[in-house]
Ligand binder design. Structure first.
Ligand code: ADP
Ligand code: ZN
Length: 735
C-alpha cells in the first residue's frame, strides 16, 4: 500500500501522511485533490507526493477524491514548492494558488443544457411519419431538419411551441433530447477581425530572431524586450507565439489587469481566434471555470490574462510573455505574495520555456539582470509607424501660481493647446492619478478635517454623489453641509481629483464632449469598453482618467496628453517613487501621437528639475537608470539587495508594537551580520480598517538563508488571536 503526502487547506504549513486505500489505487496521484479524515472531522487537501512507507505507525486512509475532480498538474506542483520556499509562505497557500478558486470550490461546474437532436430513425422514415404529425409537431421537426441540433428551449421559442410538442416527437422516436455541456463564452457578443502577420521592421525581426533562437534551443532563456511605446512589441509577441505553436507548444501572455482591455484581447484573438483563452477579473465564475477547463483539456493553446494566468495548466509550455513587466500589479498583495514576473522566470526555467519580458521602461530589477548578463536585452528604439516620439514639455506650476495669484489646475499652456486641438478636431487625454472631487474636507472656522476613524486618513469628497469616501477602506457617508464639529456652514474642499478636473474642464471648454474614466465610474466591463469606443470613434473629445488610461491604449487621433500633477507619485515615502513616476510619465506620454500627426505632452509639476521628469522629457531610459541604479546600490535598496518586510497588524497599537519587537528580538541573534534591520516602526499608512500596522524591514544577505530563518522564526510561530503577521519577500512598496 502506498502512502500519500497531503497538505490540507488549513494553512498549517505541514504535510500529513495518509494511506492510499486499494480502492483508490492508481487514482490518487501527486496533484490530486482528496478528502481526508482530520481530527474528528474531514478536510480537503492536495496530494503533493507519494511514497512507499511512512515513519508514523498508525496512518489513516484517504477518504476519497474531492468531488470536483480538480487536479494540479505535476509541473505546477513543483512551481508551488519553489513559491512556498522563496516567498516564505505556507505550502498550502502556494499549492492552492495553482488552481483558480472556482475550480477549487467545487460549487461551479460545467453548464449543461438540453439539446434537441434528430433521432437517427427520423431521417429514414420522414415521408411516412409526416402524416401522423400535428402541424406544430411538423413545424418543429422541419426546423430541426433544416437547422440541425440546437438547445431545446431556443428551438421551441423560435417556432412558437411549448416543450410538450418536442416531447411528443420524442415519444414518436423522431427526436432525442440530450444533455450537453455548453461553454459560457465571454466573447459570444464580440466580433473580432482576423489579422495576418505584418512585415517586421529590422529591429522587430532581430528581436523575433533572438526569441526564436531560444525557442529552438528550449533553454528557458529570459529576453528583456526593451522597446519604446509604439515600437511594435505586441507584433513581436504575436509572431513569437506563432513560432511557439508551430513547434507544438503552448504560450502564456501576462498583461497587467489594468491593461487587459478589450483592445488588447482583440489583438491576440484576431491572430489566433479561439485558440486564445482570456482570463481576467471581469469573467463570471462560470466563464472562468469553463476557460480553465478548456486549457486543462488542451482545447486552448494560448492564455492571455493577469497575474494568475501564469498558472495556466499547460503541459507543454514553450513561451511566457510578460508585457509591461515593470508593473507593480504583478505583485500579489496577499499570501502567497508572489511577483508574477519573477515566478514566470522560474516557471520558464523549470519547463524550458522562453520568457520574454517586455516594457518601454523596464523595472530596475530586470534592467540590472540584463546588465549583468542573466537576461538577454533586445532593443526596439523606433516607433514602427515612423511617428516621431512625442514632444514633452514641463510646465512649472510654481511660476504659474505666482503669475495668476493662486494655484492653478490648468496651466495657460495646457489650456491653449487643448483649445487648439478642439479647434482642429483632434483629441486629448488628461491624466491625474487621483479619483474623486477633492481630497480634503476642512472647516474654515475650527479647522476640523473629516477623516475616516478606521484609517485616520482624510476622506475624499465625491461631488456627484455628495459623499465622503475613504479610499483605503471604502467607508462612505453623506457629505455634511456644515462642519460636524462647530456647525460652521463654510467648509472648504481642497486637493484635486479627476471628478473636479472634469467639472473644471467642462467650464473652460463648454463645447467639448468630455468623458471620465476611473474606478468610480467604470464599474462594469461594458462601461469601460463603451467609453473607450466612444473616444476611439471620436464622439468624445477629451478623455480624463487615472492610471486606468495610462496603459496599452492606442488612439491615432489623440495628439495631446496633459499630465495635471506629476508630483503626486514623487511624494510617496517609497524608494521606488522616482522610478514609478518615470515609468508612468513615459507610459502616459506614449498615448500621444500614435497616428499620422505628432504628439505633444504637457507635464505640470512643482518640481521641474526632478531627474525622473527631466529624463522622461528626453525619453532617456538608460540615462535615468544610469542615475537611479547607483543610488540604490549606495543606499542598499533593491535591486542592489533583496528586501523582506515583516508586517504586524492588530487592533491594539501597544500589542502590535510589542509583538513586532518580540519577533525582532527572536530574529536578531540569528541574522547574518550583513542584514540591515529597520523597525519595528509604524507603517507609512499607520492604520487601515481599524488595524494598526507595524513593520520590520530586512535588507541584504542571502535571500534563501533569510527565507529559511523566517520560516522557522516567524511562520512557525503562533501569535495572539487578533494579531496578524505576514512575511513579504520583495515587497512592492513600503506602504
Ligand atoms: P508597443 O506594444 O510597442 O507599444 P504596438 O505593438 O502597440 O507597440 O504597435 C504600435 C502599432 O504599430 C500597432 O498599431 C501595430 O499594429 C503597428 N505595427 C506593429 N508592427 C508593425 C509592422 N511591422 N508594420 C506595420 N505596423 C506595425
Ligand atoms: Zn477608512
Amino acid at each position: 500500500m502506498a502512502v500519500a503526502r497531503v497538505v490540507t487547506d488549513l494553512g498549517l504549513d505541514r504535510e500529513f501522511d495518509y494511506l492510499v486505500p486499494d480502492s483508490l489505487h492508481g487514482q490518487v496521484r501527486p496533484g490530486s485533490r482528496v478528502v481526508v479524515p482530520f481530527g474528528s472531522s474531514t478536510r480537503t487537501g492536495y496530494v503533493v507526493g507519494l511514497k512507499e512507507r511512512s515513519h508514523y505507525p498508525r496512518l489513516k486512509p484517504i477518504a476519497g477524491l474531492a468531488s470536483d475532480g480538480a487536479q494540479i498538474p505535476v509541473n505546477l506542483l513543483r512551481l508551488a514548492d519553489w513559491l512556498a520556499q522563496y516567498y516564505c509562505c505556507p505550502r498550502e497557500h502556494a499549492v492552492r494558488a495553482m488552481l483558480p478558486a472556482v475550480v477549487r470550490g467545487g460549487q461551479v461546474r460545467s453548464k449543461r443544457r438540453a439539446f434537441a437532436c434528430l433521432a437517427p430513425a427520423a431521417a429514414q422514415q420522414k415521408g411516412d411519419v409526416a402524416d401522423s404529425l400535428t402541424p406544430r409537431q411538423r413545424r418543429l421537426l422541419e426546423a430541426l431538419i433544416r437547422q440541425g441540433s440546437q438547445p431545446l428551449a431556443d428551438l421551441c421559442q423560435a417556432n412558437g411551441v411549448t416543450s410538450a410538442v418536442a416531447k411528443a416527437l420524442v415519444a414518436k422516436g423522431l427526436v432525442v433530447i440530450e444533455d450537453r455541456v455548453v461553454a459560457r463564452d465571454p466573447f459570444a457578443e464580440d466580433v473580432v477581425l482576423p489579422t495576418t502577420p505584418l512585415n517586421l521592421s529590422a529591429e522587430q525581426a532581430a528581436a523575433l530572431a533572438a526569441i526564436g533562437e531560444s525557442l529552438a534551443a528550449r533553454d528557458g532563456a529570459v529576453i528583456l524586450l526593451q522597446g519604446v511605446t509604439g515600437s511594435g512589441k505586441t507584433e513581436v509577441y504575436l509572431q513569437a507565439i506563432q513560432h511557439c505553436l508551430d513547434s507544438g507548444r503552448e504560450a502564456i501572455v501576462l498583461v497587467p489587469e489594468i491593461a487587459l482591455t478589450p483592445q488588447t484581447c482583440e489583438r491576440f484573438r484576431g491572430r489566433f481566434g479561439d485558440r486564445v483563452s482570456v482570463m481576467h477579473s471581469g469573467l463570471s465564475d462560470g466563464e472562468r471555470f469553463d476557460e480553465w477547463t478548456r486549457v486543462h483539456q488542451g482545447r486552448a493553446a494560448i492564455v492571455v490574462g493577469a497575474r494568475s494566468a501564469l498558472f495556466a495548466p499547460f503541459q507543454n509550455l514553450g513561451l511566457i510573455v510578460v508585457d509591461e513587466e515593470h508593473e507593480s500589479t504583478y505583485k500579489q498583495e496577499e499570501s502567497p505574495r508572489y511577483h508574477a514576473r519573477d515566478v514566470a522566470v522560474v516557471r520558464g526555467k523549470l519547463e524550458h520555456a522562453t520568457v520574454v519580458l517586455g516594457s518601454a521602461t523596464p523595472s530596475l530589477e530586470s534592467y540590472q539582470n540584463a546588465l549583468n548578463g542573466k537576461y538577454r536585452r533586445v532593443l526596439l528604439t523606433h516607433r514602427v509607424d515612423h511617428c516621431e516620439m512625442p514632444t514633452i514639455e514641463l510646465v512649472d506650476m510654481t511660476a504659474e501660481a505666482a503669475m495668476q495669484g493662486q494655484a492653478q489646475i490648468f496651466s495657460r499652456r495646457l489650456q491653449a493647446l487643448l483649445e487648439d486641438r478642439l479647434g482642429r478636431g483632434e483629441q486629448t487625454i488628461l491624466f491625474l492619478n487621483r479619483r474623486g472631487y477633492a481630497t480634503q474636507f476642512m472647516c474654515t472656522s475650527c479647522g476640523f478635517v473629516a477623516a475616516c476613524p478606521d484609517c485616520e486618513t482624510s476622506y475624499t469628497y465625491h461631488r456627484r454623489d455628495q459623499m465622503l469616501c475613504c479610499h483605503l477602506c471604502g467607508r462612505i457617508l453623506q457629505a455634511p453641509k456644515t462642519c460636524p464639529q462647530c456647525g460652521n456652514p463654510e467648509v472648504r474642499y481642497s486637493g484635486v481629483g479627476t471628478e473636479k478636473i472634469e467639472v473644471v474642464a467642462q467650464i473652460l471648454f463648454p463645447r467639448a464632449v468630455i468623458a471620465r474614466m476611473d474606478s468610480d465610474n467604470m464599474t462594469t466591463r461594458r462601461s469601460y469598453s463603451d467609453t473607450l469606443e466612444a473616444f476611439r470613434a471620436g464622439r468624445v473629445h477629451v478623455l480624463i482618467g487615472t492610471q486606468m488610461i495610462a496603459k496599452g491604449l492606442h488612439f491615432p487621433n489623440c495628439t495631446l496628453v496633459g499630465v495635471l500633477n506629476a508630483d503626486l507619485g514623487l511624494r510617496l515615502p517609497d524608494f521606488r517613487a522616482s522610478e514609478r513616476t518615470f515609468q508612468l510619465l513615459t507610459q502616459v506620454a506614449g498615448r500621444a501621437g500614435r497616428g499620422e500627426r505628432a504628439g505633444h505632452v504637457v507635464v505640470q509639476t512643482y518640481s521641474p528639475y526632478h531627474p525622473a521628469l527631466q529624463f522622461a522629457l528626453q525619453h532617456d531610459v538608460d540615462g535615468f537608470y544610469g542615475e537611479e541604479l547607483p543610488d540604490r546600490v549606495a543606499l542598499g535598496f533593491p535591486p542592489a539587495t533583496h528586501m523582506v518586510m515583516i508586517h504586524v497588524r492588530g487592533p491594539e497599537p501597544a500589542q502590535v508594537e510589542a509583538t513586532a519587537a518580540e519577533i525582532l528580538a527572536a530574529l536578531q541573534p540569528r541574522l547574518a551580520p550583513e542584514v540591515k534591520v529597520s523597525g519595528p516602526l509604524p507603517a507609512p499608512i499607520a492604520k487601515i480598517r481599524g488595524q494598526y500596522r507595524y513593520q520590520i524591514t530586512l535588507r541584504g544577505g542571502n535571500i534563501r538563508t533569510l527565507g529559511r530563518l523566517l520560516r522557522e522564526a516567524v511562520l512557525a510561530r503562533r501569535f495572539a488571536k487578533d494579531i496578524e503577521v505576514a512575511v513579504d519577500v520583495d515587497p512592492r512598496s513600503l506602504l
